[in-house]
Design a protein around this ligand. Structure first.
Ligand code: TTP
Ligand code: MG
Length: 372
C-alpha cells in the first residue's frame, strides 16, 4: 500500500460541557447543579454552554439566557472566565503534541489528531485515545470525549456518540452501517436549514441520503451536495491541517431570489454576525477588520471594509459595523443576489501553541484488523 492510499487513523477529541466543566472544577458548589455559562437572564445575552444537568431542562448553547431562566429558574448563571478556558485548552494541546504534530485545533475544546504515524509508534489509535483521555483528566481534572476512525468526518461523529466522558471507535467495516443509521441532523456540516430541506425531500437518515443520486444532490445543495454524497459513503479525504495562520473568517449567503429589502438584508447580517462571533469565541480569535461583500443581480461585486481600533469578537459590534458599511455602500434600487461578512486582520492567541511539523514518512502495509 502506498503512503497516499494508506488507511488513516484519526482521533477527534471534544471536551464535555467545556466552559461549564471548568467552572464546576474550580467552584465545587456548582457541581451536580444546572449551571449556565453566558449572559445573565435579565440582559439580552445568550447561553455559551451549560452543564449536563441544565441540558435536561432543554437548555443549550446559543439559547437566550432569559429563555434558559424560564426553563429552569433554579439554574445558576455565571459569566465566562476565558483565561481559565485557554489554560485548559493549552494543556490539552500539549498532550496531543506528545503523540503527533498533525494536530488541527477546531476550537478551544476540540481538535483532530492524525496518529497514522505517531511519535510513540503506537499501532492502536484506540490505545492512543485512551491515553489522551486519561492524561487530560489527570492534568486538567476535566473529562473529554473522543472518537476514533479512518477519516475526520467519522471521528467527529464518533466523539459525539457517547458524550459525556465517552470513547467511540468506528472501524472501517462498521462505518457504512453507522452512517446509514445516523439521523440527518447529526451529520456534521448539515445545519438547521439544510436539515429542514432534506426532511422535506424525505431524507431523515443516512440510508435515505444514500438513495439520492449525485445529480440531484448537486442540483439541490450545490457543492455541499458532493460532500454529503461522499460522506454517507464513508468517503472524506480532508487532511488534518495544522492550523496555519487563518487569514479570515466569514459567512455569506446567496438568496434564492434577488432582493432589495434592506430589513431582510439587516436580518441576514445579524444572523451572520452571531454565527461568526460564536465561531470566533469558540476558536479564541478576535479581529480588527470587517468587510461586507455585496453581489448585485448583474454579478457585479462590491466589497468595503472598516478597520476598528481594537480587536473584537462581539456579535453586536460586528453587526453594527457591518450595518454601517452596508448603509454606506449599498446602491439604492438595485437588487442583490449575495450578501456576506468577513473578518480579517485576526489575532489568534493560540498561535503560541503551534509547533513546526516534523514529518516522518515510512511505508508499511497494514490490514484493517491491525488498524485499531
Ligand atoms: P461545544 O464543544 O460545542 O460544547 P460543550 O463543550 O460545552 O459541550 P459538549 O459536551 O456537547 O461538547 O463548545 C465548546 C465551548 O465553546 C463551550 O463550552 C462554550 C463555547 N461555545 C459558545 O460560547 N457558544 C456556542 O454557541 C457554542 C456551541 C459553544
Ligand atoms: Mg465540547
Amino acid at each position: 500500500m502506498t503512503e497516499k492510499n494508506k488507511i488513516k487513523k484519526i482521533i477527534h477529541v471534544d471536551m464535555d460541557a467545556f466552559f461549564a466543566s471548568v467552572e464546576m472544577r474550580d467552584f465545587p458548589q456548582y457541581r451536580g447543579k444546572p449551571l449556565i455559562v453566558g449572559g445573565s437572564p435579565d440582559s439580552r445575552g445568550v447561553v455559551s454552554t451549560c452543564s449536563y444537568e441544565a441540558r435536561k431542562f432543554g437548555i443549550h448553547s446559543a439559547m437566550p439566557s432569559a429563555l434558559a431562566y424560564k426553563l429552569c429558574p433554579s439554574a445558576i448563571f455565571v459569566r465566562g472566565r476565558f483565561e481559565a478556558y485557554r489554560e485548559a485548552s493549552k494543556i490539552m494541546r500539549e498532550i496531543f503534541y506528545e503523540y503527533s504534530d498533525l494536530v488541527e485545533p477546531c476550537s478551544l475544546d476540540e481538535a483532530y489528531i492524525d496518529v497514522t504515524e505517531n511519535k510513540k509508534n503506537i499501532k492502536s489509535a484506540t490505545h492512543i485515545a485512551i491515553e489522551i483521555r486519561e492524561k487530560i483528566l489527570e492534568r486538567t481534572k476535566l473529562t473529554a470525549s473522543a472518537g476514533v476512525s479512518y477519516n475526520k468526518f467519522l471521528a467527529k461523529i464518533a466523539s459525539d456518540m457517547n458524550k459525556p466522558n465517552g470513547l467511540t471507535v468506528i472501524r472501517p467495516e462498521e462505518a457504512l452501517q453507522v452512517l446509514e443509521n445516523l439521523k440527518i441532523g447529526k451529520f456534521h456540516g448539515i445545519g438547521k436549514v439544510t436539515e429542514k430541506k432534506m426532511k422535506s425531500m424525505g431524507i431523515f437518515n443516512g440510508a435515505d441520503l444514500k438513495k439520492v443520486k449525485l445529480n440531484d444532490m448537486l442540483r439541490n445543495f450545490g457543492k455541499a451536495g458532493y460532500f454529503f454524497y461522499n460522506i454517507v459513503r464513508g468517503i472524506d479525504n480532508r487532511e488534518v491541517k495544522i492550523n496555519g495562520a487563518r487569514k479570515s473568517i466569514g459567512s455569506e449567503r446567496t438568496f434564492s431570489d434577488d432582493i432589495d429589502d434592506i430589513e431582510l438584508m439587516l436580518k441576514c447580517l445579524k444572523s451572520d454576525s452571531e454565527k461568526i462571533a460564536t465561531t470566533m469565541i469558540k476558536s479564541n480569535i478576535s479581529a480588527k477588520t470587517i468587510t461586507v461583500k455585496i453581489k448585485y443581480a448583474n454579478f457585479e461585486i462590491a466589497s468595503r471594509s472598516k478597520t476598528l481600533r481594537s480587536f473584537v469578537s462581539d456579535a453586536q459590534i460586528i453587526f453594527q459595523t457591518a450595518k454601517n458599511i452596508l448603509q454606506i455602500s449599498l446602491i439604492k434600487d438595485r437588487k442583490i443576489r449575495l450578501l456576506g461578512i468577513s473578518l480579517s486582520n485576526l489575532m489568534n492567541e493560540n498561535d503560541s501553541y503551534m509547533v513546526q511539523p516534523v514529518f516522518k514518512f515510512y511505508y508499511e502495509s497494514r490490514t484493517t484488523n491491525e488498524y485499531f
